[in-house]
Design a protein. Structure first.
Lengths: 291, 467
């Protein structure tokens, strides 16, 4: 092939441009720490990276939901724990009031204490957190129970919110007051009615309802425990998943610094060589040797 | 040799011929870096034979013709490959601009806005009556609409820019075809006169190559030396001494983008490569497809979110209305413009229907379902959810750009090889020219010597006969 000056310069230019491209790419990888600088670098991995970002975002949202549900569940559990202690106390006082040795004054004193505790139970039932009455079902803007004498009337509904804390994993966020407080109020008001009337038989009957009431409170708390455990377990699973996703993302999009730096060095050497050859190109032709 | 004086005449002609050879060589050297210049060679021919004696040598040397070193097949191949290279260069450059709009490798972008919007429903589900969370949903809905609109308009800006370049490119094509037609006239006139024909041909070939870079062409030369040029699909550009100017006309079918007309025929869809082919492909096929996909996604979001929102109950216990202003198709079956039409229809946060029917304001039933719209396989004929649709778009943009970029790299190598071949035939080599200089110089010197000898002989004769 006949080689002209234009061919030599064109080949040199093409080689230098190509090496400059490679050097630029390698430099960008090193300076940014990223391998996927543009979508065209790997469309499939770019799309996968997007999907992984979505999954990480979803996990963050699940975490946020878990935090919210955990907060409400713990407040609910704390309230029900207080309720349990309170009901136990009422039962003790009710049992004492039902004794044969009590006169009317003593029973009235017991009744007054129990009424006070009934008020505390009402206060627990109307627990308000972050502006919502947590035992009112979905009617969270108004107190769950209203009092008329010893009778408490539920104003909420039976709706229970669930929130998503993982793929296909939901936990309860609240407990309807009707399921747990209504039996308590019924039992306590029945006991008070019996104490007020001095009917020992009725007192015993009312007291006999307390075991079922306490069992209900316990059952509800057990369910809360299950939900709280789910929240904690999901956090562990979420962290593991997050780590896996981040590792995959790193594999896809992070630059291998050793490779990138080697590429920079190699390309720089090749570029220097190409430029050296280019510098010689213009100096050699037959005219140089003609006198 | 018939006489000493006749010998002087032969030597004089020889000196002129060598001088002419040196002139041509000098011209080659002068044009060593001239784009499109084909090296020239002097064809020397022997003079006519002598007539007075048998076996008499020819009468010196004549300058036959100045020939341009060209391989028309390689020239044609270079032209074809220039067309493809130019198309890929244009496509690659524009698609890299598009890529930047969808660079979801960063932490911001349309996907981020989509996630933020739907996650705000999920957050609302945690405390559905919370005013700040409700406000957040509205704000994120508006931000989603703004993000869609921004990306859409940026794409349209790129498309409009392509459209402007289509008009400019057609103007350049018309200028070139007009010049080529004029050169056809001049080449035909100079043909056989040895008068600038090669220079005119060089100029014409250079213009033809420029034309090939703008649009895919076929060309052939007729007996008169004129070139007839058409597109590869047959649309006329130059017929002999006449050029056929193209025009651009806004096309309602293309949303008032420009169509290219040859006479009264719309040839837009027939242009395959060259810069114009690249511009039209990206404008009409690629960018339009991306815009359509954005429109479909936007229309899907509007309709599905609204459909779910009306299933719920707002904070006041009223049935939910549309969350977004409904999108009305201007053309049945087409969602064109939907991506610019995502507008939150409600301004009162209390109107967000987070609760289910018959439930209180603290219910999150509908808020959860609204958050889940993002994951429902509701778009593309129930085959893909919103995220998958967007990932497909990202993949397509990346793939289109990669294909153009890789194709350009390959095409550059192909073109370099062909241009090297072309230069190998037509290019000026200083080594060659140095040899030519030497050759003509030596021949010139030799002829001077002959004249010197003849002069000596003549002087001798003059002295013998009287001097």
């Amino acid at each position: 092939m006949r080689i002209t000056e234009a061919i030599s310069y064109r080949n040199m230019l093409a080689g230098v441009e190509s090496l400059n491209d490679k050097l630029e790419q390698a430099n960008e990888e090193v300076s940014s720490g990223k391998k996927l600088l543009n979508l065209r670098d790997s469309p499939a991995e770019s799309a996968e990276n997007l999907q992984l970002n979505n999954q990480l975002g979803q996990l963050d949202q699940y975490q946020s939901n878990s935090d919210a549900s955990s907060f409400y569940l713990q407040v609910t559990d704390s309230s029900l724990n207080s309720l349990y202690n309170l009901v136990t106390s009422v039962y003790s006082q009710g049992s004492a009031a039902a004794s044969n040795f009590n006169d009317a004054n003593a029973r009235a004193s017991y009744a007054a204490d129990i009424r006070s505790q009934l008020g505390q139970a009402l206060s627990l039932a109307n627990t308000q957190v972050r502006g919502r009455y947590i035992f009112a079902g979905s009617k969270v803007t108004a107190p769950a129970f209203t009092a008329a004498g010893d009778t408490m009337t539920y104003q909420g509904d039976d709706d229970v919110n669930t929130v998503n804390i993982g793929e296909g994993l939901q936990v309860h966020e609240n407990v309807a007051g009707s399921a747990v407080f209504s039996p308590v109020f019924t039992a306590i008001s029945g006991l008070l009615s019996a104490i007020d009337s001095g009917d020992q038989g009725a007192m015993q009957t009312a007291l006999s309802q307390f075991s079922g009431t306490l069992a209900t409170v316990n059952n509800v708390r057990s369910q809360l425990g299950v939900d709280l455990a789910s929240v904690q377990n999901s956090a562990t699973a979420r962290q593991a998943e997050q780590t896996d996703i981040q590792q995959r993302q790193s594999t896809i999009s992070s630059a291998d610094m050793a490779v990138a730096l080697t590429q920079v060095t190699q390309t720089q050497t090749a570029l220097q060589a190409a430029l050296s050859v280019g510098a010689v190109l213009g100096k050699q032709n037959l005219f140089d040797y003609l006198g | 040799m018939t006489s000493l004086l006749a010998g002087l005449e032969i030597a004089r002609q020889a000196l002129q011929a060598q001088q002419f050879g040196l002139d041509v060589t000098q011209n080659n050297i002068a044009n060593v870096n001239t784009q499109g210049y084909a090296r020239q060679r002097v064809a020397l021919t022997p003079g006519p034979p002598g007539v007075q004696y048998d076996c008499q040598p020819n009468q010196g040397v004549r300058v036959g013709a100045v020939e341009s070193a060209r391989d028309s097949f390689i020239d044609y191949r270079v032209n074809q490959e220039l067309s493809l290279q130019s198309q890929l260069d244009t496509s690659s450059s524009v698609l890299q601009q598009v890529e930047a709009l969808f660079n979801e490798n960063s932490d911001s972008g349309l996907q981020s806005s989509i996630n933020t919007f739907f996650n705000s429903f999920s957050s609302l589900a945690n405390t559905p009556e919370d005013a700040s969370l409700r406000q957040q949903v509205l704000a994120n809905g508006q931000a989603l609409g703004a993000q869609f609109e921004q990306v859409y308009e940026q794409l349209q800006t790129i498309q409009q820019s392509q459209d402007s370049q289509v008009a400019d490119t057609v103007n350049q094509i018309n200028t070139l075809t007009s010049s080529i037609a004029q050169l056809n006239v001049e080449v035909a006139a100079a043909r056989g006169t040895n008068n600038n024909e090669n220079t005119l041909r060089d100029q014409r070939q250079q213009l033809v190559d420029q034309l090939g870079g703008l649009v895919d062409i076929s060309y052939c030369e007729d007996d008169s030396g004129s070139l007839t040029i058409t597109t590869r699909q047959g649309a006329s550009l130059v017929a002999g001494t006449t050029s056929n100017p193209w025009k651009t006309v806004p096309s309602p079918a293309l949303g008032n983008l420009l169509s290219v007309y040859s006479g009264n025929t719309d040839i837009t869809s027939t242009i395959q490569s060259g810069k114009l082919g690249g511009l039209l492909d990206v404008r009409d096929s690629k960018v339009t497809s991306y815009l359509n996909q954005l429109d479909d996604m936007a229309a899907g979001i509007i309709s599905k979110v609204n459909a779910q929102h009306v299933q719920g109950v707002d904070l006041n216990g009223d049935a939910g209305g549309n969350f977004f202003t409904p999108f009305v198709q201007q053309t049945p079956g087409s969602n064109q413009g939907a991506a610019r039409a995502i507008e939150v229809a409600i301004s009162d946060p209390d109107k967000i229907a987070a609760a289910g029917v018959g439930e209180g304001s603290g219910s999150n039933t509908n808020a959860k379902l609204l958050a889940d719209v993002q994951n429902q396989a509701l778009l593309l004929g129930d085959s893909a959810n919103l995220n998958q649709l967007y990932q497909n778009l990202i993949f397509t943009v990346g793939m289109d750009s990669q294909t153009a970029s890789d194709g350009l790299t390959t095409q550059n190598e192909v073109l370099t090889q062909l241009q090297n071949q072309q230069d190998s035939v037509s290019g000026v080599s200083l080594d060659d020219e140095a040899v030519s200089v030497l050759r003509y110089q030596k021949a010139y010197q030799a002829n001077c010597q002959v004249i010197s000898v003849l002069d000596t002989l003549t002087d001798g004769l003059m002295k013998i006969f009287g001097g």
